[in-house]
Ligand binder design. Structure first.
Ligand code: SF4
Length: 224
């Protein structure tokens, strides 16, 4: 059986160079060329090609060549607005977590100031109790007997679909809820904020601290 694809463990990174075909024997650039070819065929679709092209231009424009060296310049919120403008989108959707309502409001203002029409939808839309998806009393955050509204990412997606948003932006949806939103949204989705309740919505901080204060993240434990 073919080796599992594990680029994270690559000891000879060549795919980012002109020597891309000289990777190790299990390098997917070599072993999965047929899949790469299939993927490349997708970029021949004009709409996808243009999307990919503009995304790469956006990436390029995020750096300045200063005398002291290449320097990044755009915060992600700026990038989101710039990319949407490049793509010619007029109507944007924001799918936000109710816990990040303030952030969603700020984002809506920033986008509206750039001329976009902004549709925004809260995760609690519909007011459906958590019992609807089988949550039990002892699984409620506020404790047994408390009314709790379920997060409703499928409704968020379908409502933005019904509004015909051209590009959707996720603000702080929970892990898994975001997955459902991605699955059901018609328009392309980008993430402005990935929820992290501990690290101020900066999940990378958990990785940076996993060798020191948060080394417990590296513990070994069985799946079951
Ligand atoms: S694609 Fe190949 S060269 Fe690139 S990181 Fe993966 S294994 Fe390494």
């Amino acid at each position: 059986m073919a080796e599992q694809v594990e680029c994270t463990k690559c000891a000879k990174v060549v795919c980012d160079s002109e020597h891309f075909s000289e990777g190790a024997a299990d390098c997917p650039t070599r072993t999965k060329q047929h899949v790469v070819d299939e993927a490349l065929a997708e970029y021949e679709k004009p709409e996808l090609r243009e999307f990919a092209r503009q995304a790469s231009i956006q990436e390029f424009e995020c750096y300045m060549n200063l005398p002291e060296g290449v320097t990044p310049r755009n915060p992600r919120v700026e990038e989101v607005a710039q990319f949407a403008k490049k793509m010619g989108y007029k109507k944007l959707g924001i799918a936000f977590c109710s816990g990040l309502r303030s952030e969603a409001r700020l984002l809506a203002t920033i986008l509206e100031n750039r001329g976009f029409q902004v549709v925004s939808i809260c995760c609690k839309v519909g007011g459906v109790p958590k019992e609807r998806i089988g949550i039990e009393e002892e699984q409620k955050i506020g404790g047994p007997g408390v009314w709790e509204t379920m997060c409703n990412p499928i409704s968020q997606a379908k409502i933005l679909n019904s509004e015909h948003t051209e590009f959707n932006i996720v603000v702080g949806l929970c892990v898994g809820h975001d997955s459902l939103f991605f699955k059901y949204a018609d328009a392309p989705v980008t993430v402005l904020i990935a929820k992290d309740r501990v690290f101020g919505h900066n999940p990378a901080a958990g990785l940076y601290l996993s060798g020191s204060y948060y080394r417990k993240l590296r513990r070994k434990e069985p799946l079951e």
